[in-house]
Design a protein around this ligand. Structure first.
Ligand code: CP
Length: 331
């Protein structure tokens, strides 16, 4: 049987360049305007009504799962889901590769969250050689990558700085468990596409960024610093990106031995920050982000969450080649 051509997979943040990021931001801005009218929403619902998506989420998720599911529904797609491999034939010994190839028999796209780094890339390569290659979207792969989170983070930063020169030239402070935080890796990668960036990584010694991130930033000539002094970093931040401790990757409860409280953003820290800075968090949060901060206009994390849904709508239209049906404004 003749093979279909290779689909557009979303696997790693390194696959995106600046023109793509600018395009997705503009596409997302345009698409969300359709939400303002019944006609607009009905138009969107017709765009992919002939497509089906599988959501295979074997690691816990609230917002990535729901925002992808809702994004698919906004475009008229139907969705199926598996959220626990114990309920699939993996329980009977089927390999994960065979399970995912099975999904490709029924659907037009697989959106997957897994604890296994590199699995999405492996599955995409297998399916590309199969009779029915379908797009694979990495919705979070262990401590490795979360490329669509990074896209929505870029969109949120872009919107936040739209009247202030955009993302170029900004100082982004990333705080927390930077060693095991996949959002940190993916966002740091995307920031290499911008000019004159400075990134300040704030973490306990135990959770400093990995060498892969350092090498990527050095190669791209992105200025970066590493420190454990949160309060100093806050004073220079245009954006603060908070993250929780990723203790699901502990092997022997080692996180309990780390004093994470020094990496909590507290209400009293707000006075140290610039008036126009923004506070982001991929969520879910724990104590590292004081709930009292929610009322501050610099807090963008709830908006960030909703931006995720619209960014994913834009991405789905691009993957299935219907983005040209969204008329973009002249630049
Ligand atoms: N930000 C994020 O990935 O959240 P969930 O784990 O709830 O999907």
């Amino acid at each position: 049987m003749e093979r279909e051509s290779a689909p557009m997979h979303i696997l790693n943040s390194s696959q995106f360049d600046r023109p793509f990021l600018d395009y997705i931001c503009l596409l997302t801005d345009t698409i969300r305007r359709f939400d303002k009218s019944k006609e607009g929403l009905l138009y969107l619902r017709g765009l992919l009504a002939h497509k089906r998506a599988m959501l295979y989420f074997t690691q816990p998720s609230t917002r990535t799962f729901l925002s992808f599911q809702t994004a698919a529904q906004i475009l008229g797609m139907s969705t199926n889901e598996i959220r626990d491999s114990a309920t699939s034939s993996e329980r009977k010994g089927e390999s994960i590769e065979d399970s995912l190839q099975t999904f490709s028999s029924y659907v037009d796209m697989i959106i997957m969250r897994t604890a296994v780094p590199g699995l999405c890339n492996r599955i995409a390569a297998i399916l590309d050689e199969s009779e029915r290659p379908v797009p694979i979207i990495n919705a979070g792969s262990g401590p490795d990558e979360h490329p669509t989170q990074a896209l929505l983070d870029i969109y949120t930063l872009n919107r936040s700085f739209v009247r202030d020169g955009g993302i170029d030239g900004k100082t982004i402070v990333m705080v927390g468990d930077l060693k095991r935080g996949r959002t940190i890796r993916s966002l740091s990668g995307l920031l290499t596409n911008y000019q004159d960036m400075r990134i300040v990584f704030v973490s306990p010694t135990e959770y400093k960024i990995g060498d892969d991130i350092r090498t990527k930033l050095q190669k791209a000539n992105v200025r970066f610093d590493e420190t454990d002094q949160l309060q100093d970093a806050l004073t220079i931040a245009d954006a603060v990106y908070m993250t929780r401790v990723q203790d699901e990757y502990d092997t022997e409860g080692e996180s309990k031995k780390v004093d994470y409280s020094r990496f909590h953003l507290k209400f009293e820290h707000l006075k140290l920050m610039k008036e126009k800075s923004v506070i982001m968090h991929p969520l879910p949060r724990r104590a590292e982000l004081d709930v009292a901060i929610d009322a501050d206009p610099r807090a963008k994390y709830w908006r960030q969450e909703r931006n995720g849904m619209w960014t994913r709508v834009a991405l789905l239209t691009k993957i299935f080649g219907v983005d040209h049906k969204i008329v973009l404004p002249e630049l």
